[in-house]
Design a protein around this ligand. Sequence first.
Ligand SMILES: [Zn+2]
Ligand SMILES: [Zn+2]
Length: 344
Amino acid sequence: MGEKYKVAILTGVGQAEITEKELRQPQGHQVLVKVDSCAICTLEQRMYNGVMKRYPFAGGHEASGTVVAVGEFVKSLRKGDKVAARLLTSCGECYFCRSGHENQCVISFMANVHEGVGGPGGFAEYMMLDAKKLYKVADDLDLTHAALAEPLACCVHSINNANIGLGEDVVVIGVGIMGAFHIKLAKLRGARVIACEVEEERLEVAKKMGADLLINSKKVNAVDKVKELTEERGADVVFCTAALTKLAEESIQIVSKAGRVIMYSSFHPDNPIDLSVNKVHSSEMNITGAVNANTRDFLAATRLLSSHMVDPSILISETVPLEKLDYAFKRAIDPKTYRIVIKA
Ligand SMILES: [Zn+2]
Ligand SMILES: [Zn+2]
């Protein structure tokens, strides 16, 4: 065939290069996808700004596109289908994969999509993937939105871990993209949602995503305010979606007896917090985390997007062509932006 396609590869701190790979036809269970969109997540930002150094790295794990061709054993997809790709993947062989915790897989983490370079590889014109990594989305779903299936799936996983009951009080700390998705999903679960944030603009986003009550924690003491709003009980569920030790501590102060705290953010550096073991004992609070997404979370996320029950449009700050990857990374690193989406 001899046709080539472009792949963007991170080659060092602040360095992105576009290389060319041979375009092949899918075999067996493989599917050739023409990439439409790929969002820049924190993993790629850390790789770009040198917090993580694993070069060369074909980044981009929040990708969507259209099926171009399928291998002879593919049954669920056909040419022209719109798809979202689950690129942070799992081996299917280890203990955790087999016990229903694929997000805790100990063997494989990222799909290797392009020949000769590691990484999920969504910053590219084409991707060759196994059919099991692709999730069909509705024909009328904007593929820019479909690219956000992965971050939404991680939030679905977190919401599932919190086991929210109808009418419960849920506090979401931090209204970045993850906080915003948590707000929307907690509303869909029938909770009263209280959003805590220091930026007024982000509180506006919280409101648009459905938050019932807004707390500007720069102006008022969030712990006191949540207590006041909940007859001094505290919240049934608290999601900590901002990576600040002080906020992790506040999450534990804000939660009610028999409540659940979900540490959603990862912490780099990992500074421990003070924790009263006796308070955990006597209050029966449940402190847990949420990391990545299982297949069923990913499926739920694609259904929520396909049915337009979750509209992520206000969380997309800008779309940028693949050739301007450097500019896109600079925009993505700016704390004022939500998602920057690369268009192949
Ligand atoms: Zn992501
Ligand atoms: Zn595994």
